[in-house]
Design a protein around this ligand. Structure first.
Ligand code: ARG
Ligand code: GLU
Length: 710
């Protein structure tokens, strides 16, 4: 019996160590340490091909897109691919009922038709350097947490200032210092920012967002989640503000595209900008997410989505105005639900507690760690109500759009800038929707937020008017911010009248009341406790690394450039069931439903399917003797990715582009806190589907001529 058990344990161990090699988001400048493992799995290049500061390397073909997504260069004329959902805001902002690019798609048929996007920026990483010594200069163990943080911030500020001074007048340089392993290591990142980025093409939403929020975070998947942009530069190939005189940017490097196809078991890596993971946190944090934060934020977003969804379904104009907002709300809302299920399934909190108990034993005879875990638990306990109150403010009252209008005007005034333009500010605003939202959010706010964090004046005002509904009616009926017309009239007032109107405006009053309470009752204590926690983590992280010297630690994601690698592989969602790692056009046609916006396959695609007019994009999924032709659509792999990896290039062993990353599967959504190698899969749109859509559906095949396709 005993022996059998040992054999079983050994077998489990072998499985976990084998598979867990796919966990990790590695720093490109240190990728040399992984290369042996990568080569064993099918990587054919060298560390220098991934990252090099002396000559062009793959990193030079990658951008941080819009400071939240990734994009990759696919031509020597600045052509860039990212996800449809990353360019969604831009496509939406060019859309109207007359030109509904969201529904119909958009294809520039020549350079002159490419559409500029004010505010959109892409950043190339120039280089990254370890600056730990400089950042920790003058920092000593046992320093007061806030003084310690101030010292670090000041050292970073000086470093950034010095760095930028070195570049003198050269355009577009940006620098930042980021901490790795919770302040045990620091890197200086130098970026070049380009600000003239134009929309070249987007598929219809029924391709780019096919399956909508229903299919989001799910596999099998059939979304053609891509958009095409082009980076422009000045005549010297330098970053510049938008100008009709700008020319396509000539990058140092662009990706070669492979159309050879992908097989299960193939090596693949993802090179991009993952946003946030917290793999090494104390159990208390996970417990907070699972038991406090997620239940509240999920409920609040369900309520908002119900209201917005009904309004969108009832009126196409509202659908356009709120499409981007709804997608954004729904995305995290759904992810949190999957995350909570995943954390519960894996028993992450209990596992971490068990780990902490073992760690504590090990710490017992190491005085440098004395009391560390107790202190962490203690601070987290104090922190928890403030963190929750902070989350509730943000997810309830601070989502009321009326108050955001006040905020925008007040921010402009504070900065001495002109008032925001009424047409811009109210372009996507629908008062009736916001009224309903405000009523529900205020009701939630006064019930869910602990009394000590709710302004008494607000409770009194509600009591005086009899109900939240009545209060909201009063608010919207009397505020100058409740419509574009009233706001425009407010801006047109002379100074004295403007000041009087603002002073009497109920939305201005509510905004300052909520902001005042939030800033006085929550922020200072929340920040103080965060600083205390931050001051404990460097030591806690170091303890974990010493406790497990054999473990290959990677730094948590922090929106810096990383490499994740793995294999194309299916998974077993439940007993007796296997999910294949590929989908095809057949699945799109099977889901076709003209009555549901998200599943209404565009006529053009349906016609291509009926005629089997796939040209060079056809693959045979039948046999040699009895061929059956279709088009590949999406695939999954074991790469460790997170939000921010959207739009990332998915590459084969030779560093050729085989797909664009856009999602994770439902059973992976907890991987920001615990990665499960058996279940976690990233989802990519197959590059062949992207090219097929551009070529056959979009009729913009001319774009393929500037790409390097193998
Ligand atoms: N889940 C993906 C990500 O986190 C895609 C989100 C956009 N799609 C959507 N239906 N909301 O960004
Ligand atoms: N869709 C995500 C993004 O916007 C990527 C998916 C994920 O979170 O893994 O970055």
């Amino acid at each position: 019996m005993r022996r059998r058990f040992a054999a079983l344990a050994a077998c489990l161990l072998a499985v976990t160590t084998m598979a867990s090699a796919d966990e990790g988001m590695w720093l490109p400048s240190l990728i040399g340490r992984q290369v042996k493992d990568m080569k064993a799995k099918g990587f054919k290049l060298s560390a220098k091909d991934i990252y090099d500061i002396n000559q062009a390397s793959l990193k030079d073909a990658i951008v941080l897109f819009g400071r939240g997504c990734t994009g990759e260069l696919v031509s020597d004329e600045g052509l860039l691919l990212t996800n449809h959902h990353c360019g969604y805001g831009q496509v939406q902002s060019h859309s109207s009922l007359e030109h509904d690019y969201l529904t119909d798609g958009f294809w520039a048929m020549n350079r002159a038709e490419e559409l500029p996007n004010p505010g959109l920026e892409v950043l190339f990483l120039e280089r990254m350097d370890d600056v730990t010594g400089r950042v920790l200069e003058g920092v000593t163990d046992g320093m007061d947490p806030q003084a310690r943080q101030a010292r670090i911030d000041e050292n970073c500020r000086i470093l950034v200032e010095e760095t930028l001074a070195r570049y003198g007048d050269a355009k577009g340089y940006e620098a930042s210092v980021e901490s790795m392993y919770y302040g045990n290591q620091y890197f200086l990142f130098i970026y070049r920012t380009f600000r003239d980025v134009r929309l070249v093409g987007a598929p219809p939403s029924a391709i780019g967002k096919f399956g909508g929020d229903t299919d989001n975070w799910m596999w099998p998947r059939h979304t053609g989640d891509f958009t095409v942009f082009r980076i422009y530069a000045d005549a010297d190939n330098q970053p510049a503000d938008y100008s009709p005189a700008n020319v396509p940017y000539r990058p140092k490097k662009h990706f070669t595209i492979s159309t050879k196809g992908i097989r299960e078991g193939d090596f693949t890596f993802v090179y991009g900008f993952p946003g946030t993971t917290r793999e090494y946190v104390v159990s208390d944090y996970v417990d907070y997410v699972l038991n406090d934060l997620n239940p509240h934020t999920i409920r609040l977003r369900t309520e908002r989505l119900d209201i917005i969804g009904a309004a969108m379904a009832a009126d196409p104009a509202v659908r356009i105005k709120y499409a981007s907002k709804a997608a954004q709300i729904a995305n995290a809302w759904k992810k949190w639900q999957g995350e909570s299920l995943g954390l519960a399934r894996l028993g992450t909190v209990a596992k971490k507690r068990d780990y902490e108990a073992r760690l504590e034993q090990w710490m017992a005879d190491r005085p440098e760690y004395a009391g560390l875990l107790d202190r962490l638990h203690e601070v987290y306990e104090q922190w928890r109500p403030y963190a929750l109150a902070n989350g509730l403010y943000r997810e309830s009252v601070f989502t009321i759009e009326l108050l955001k209008m006040v905020q925008q005007l007040e921010t402009a005034m504070a900065l001495g800038k002109p008032f925001p333009d009424a047409d811009v500010l109210y372009k996507d605003y629908e008062q009736a929707v916001d009224r309903q939202l405000a009523a529900v959010m205020l009701e939630e706010f006064v019930t869910a937020v602990p009394e000590e964090f709710v302004p008494q004046q607000l409770t009194a005002a509600i009591a005086q008017l009899g109900s939240v509904e009545a209060y909201v009616g009063y608010l919207f009926d009397n505020s100058a911010f409740a419509s574009r017309e009233r706001y425009a009239a407010l801006c047109a007032l002379d100074e004295a009248a403007f000041v009087d109107t603002m002073a009497a405006d109920p939305a201005v009053a509510l905004y300052s009341l909520l902001g005042g309470t939030y800033n006085a009752e929550i922020v200072p204590e929340y920040q103080r406790l965060n600083a205390e926690i931050d001051a404990l983590y460097p030591l806690y992280m170091r303890a974990q690394m010493e406790f497990e010297p054999e473990r290959n630690f990677y730094p948590d994601a922090n929106l810096t450039l990383r490499v994740a690698y793995g294999t194309v592989e299916g998974y077993y969602p439940e007993d007796g069931m296997y999910c294949l790692p590929f989908t095809t056009l057949e699945g799109i046609i099977a889901k076709d439903n003209p009555d549901i916006y998200d599943y209404d396959v565009p006529d053009r695609l349906r016609a291509i399917y009926d005629a089997k007019d796939y040209g060079r994009w056809a693959i045979n999924i039948g046999t040699k003797k009895e061929p059956y032709y279709t088009v590949p659509v999406a695939f999954i792999a074991t790469n460790h990715t997170t939000g921010g990896n959207s739009g990332s290039p998915v590459l084969n062993g030779r560093g050729e582009l085989i797909g664009i990353n856009f999602d994770r599967t439902w059973l992976s959504t907890m991987s920001d806190l615990e990665f499960d190698p058996a279940m976690c899969r990233n989802i990519a749109v197959d590059i062949r589907y992207v090219l097929f859509v551009i070529d056959k559906v979009g009729g913009a095949g001319y774009l393929l001529d500037e790409m390097t396709i193998r």
